[in-house]
Design a protein. Sequence first.
Length: 139
Amino acid sequence: MINVDAQADVPPRRLKVLFAEDEVLLRLMLRDVLCESGFQVFEAADAAEAVAILRTTPVDVVITDLRMRAIGDGTEVARYVRAHCSGVSLILAAATVPPIPEPSPFDAFFLKPYQPEDIVAWIRRHHARASDHADSSLR
């Protein structure tokens, strides 16, 4: 008798990542690295776009700049995520270390210029632990 895991034929679900950044070249660079790493990526140029995406599209991770040139900023994105998107990882990617209230709404902080691969590695580590925990709770 052959024992086949029923989930072996089901491809793993792609993590959905929203990246809010007003600097176009930086946004495109990180988008490319995230896509090449297997993530489904949504882009926003400011907080208003990010919140609009979050209202219609469930995501697993939000990466946001703190200060964006257009309307809104990363703190607005963070407030929305914490109020309406339970379980979503929130990453701050900013040029300066901001004064963050305690407890911080952010799960991770990357100082510009950062290596996009470091963000990919953080997401994989964080979501592998969450996936392992979910798998073990099903047993």
